[in-house]
Design a protein around this ligand. Sequence first.
Ligand code: ATP
Length: 631
Amino acid sequence: MTHVMEYIKKLYTFSGRKLILGIAGMMLVSLLEGTSILLLAPMLSLTGLIGPTSDSLPFLVILTAPIMSWSDEQKLTLMLGIFVFLFALQGAVQRHLVNMNEQIEQGFIRHLRLDVYESMIYANWSFFLRKRRSDLVHLMTSELPRVSYGISLLLGLCTTVVFTAVQIGFALYLSFELTAAVLVCGIALALYSRQFIRRSRKIGAQATELSQQCYAGITDHLNGMKDIKANMLEIQHLNWFQQLCHRLEHNVVSFTKLQTTSQYYYKLASAVLLAVFAFFSFVVFHVQPERLMIIVLIFSRLWPKFTGLQTSWEHLAQSAPAFGHLSAMQKEIQNARELELPDMNSGNFEHTIRFDEAIECRHVCYRYHQEHHVHKENQGHQAHHGHEHHVHLGNHKHLGHPSPYALKDIHLRIPVHTLTAIVGKSGAGKSTLVDLLIGLIKPDQGELLIDGKPLTNEVVYQLRQKVSYVSQDPFLFHGTLLDNLLAAAPNATDKQIWDALHFSAAEAFVRKLPEGLDTIVGDRGIRLSGGERQRIVLARAILRQPAILILDEATSALDSENEALIQNALMQLRGKMTIIVIAHRLSTIRHADQVFVLDGGMIIQRGGYQQLASEREGLFGKLLHVQTGTN
Ligand SMILES: Nc1ncnc2c1ncn2[C@@H]1O[C@H](COP(=O)(O)OP(=O)(O)OP(=O)(O)O)[C@@H](O)[C@H]1O
């Protein structure tokens, strides 16, 4: 419950006085309701249902003294009038408070949701490398609503506690001994019911784990649907999902069973207690009927409150693991925060880097942390066998041996307005080097310089503002072609858009589409071919008019004709833009000003294309030989 307390504090910080006001208001409502119940006694007395009450209910004497001379009819009218007034007032105040509480609750949830999303979006890239995307989706769409529900329960619980306390006060006034006896029984039952709370928490923890697995599995399956279908793996995935569904079902049913059991105990206790009280009141204490009637009335209102408190508490305990999970994730996300994003459009934003000389790497080393590998293994287990998934929260926890260096002693200089090519075998470290050049990951050793100045946290966003990066796995979101293009440059004109499409050799195919720029591209651009997707993403990159254009295997899916068109377009940008190209097809980098050849995370060759091509014993020469078949 520590995490629940943490969020109560946050709620108080967020809502401030309103929260206290809400609780105070609820006290007033309880008071009004209590008073209106007390009024039942004089009413019953007036109607003759119960006898004279002066001895047993002293407050009646005080209440009825000023109207003693009135006729019974007048007294009853007044009593009924007050009764209706109190109930109406109580209803109105309650209505207002319920609305206010809902506003507090929803406002807090909005604040929480935005806070998590904002921290997530500003978390560094390393965070995303070690986290499963589905876990983040799960957090936002499943755990947050559970926390929201928990907060709503908590507010309800506060209200019920206040309400019950006030009613206990009235009951104590009416009959101290009997109310005390009810309280002792209530407390005894609550203590006995602690086991239900413990079990609720356990069920809640299971619910978190199962729903996390469900999100992860479904995401994996949907992402790999083509492979699943093509390799006829449907049955395996269906079996896995069936098992998970059984566990989810069992989880929910167990919680309902637990709740109905505890409610049954409370009901049973209520009947037994009422019978025992009635018996002792009549036979042993000889309590007058009117007092007994009021006590029964209060008991029948008080006991359901106890039951309600128990039920809410169990629900809260069931949601508590979601609070714990959210809290841990929030801390981890906060720790991974890259830096505050400056307001680029504000007049105060100062561009301290100009990038008019070069980007340099000086003796840079980098390695992915070992936990990534562990994480990858877990993903497989989790998706297919439902094994428990251990997530390391807070500070990085390194398991096993450190992973090998993905980059070792990288020393290079990329002058502005040149075309630089990075080549090497698969896994050589090319993409890692590019991630490093744009500050997505930070070197473990060595440094990165822009125009001779270190690339610090403060300037990394300035650098990225100047970069357009086309990754190996280009991303298009579900929307029209135009939406996707405008995402990068919202103010681009029609001409700029068509120029960019022309540049990326996409103009012809877009013009042929029946819907043109209004064509919906589907999830991740699934309705386009691989090559079409690459060309649209390239157009989008150009539309930003970047100072640095980075193409990571950006034309790998293109036919030679379209690739040649793009090569020509890139040639025209030479001298105007800094271009960094990662390519497997060496023919595409023939015009590069300089080439770096990577192997095992190290630069093993560097120089001009022709120079490297002539070094036949070098890796570049060998790769070229394999690709062109020349000697
Ligand atoms: N997220 C990651 N976690 C752990 N190791 C990684 C991660 N990404 C890459 N690696 C490892 O770092 C090394 C370099 O990978 P990188 O992706 O930079 O190679 P690459 O030269 O771009 O390969 P390719 O040409 O196949 O894209 C590889 O050994 C790879 O297994």
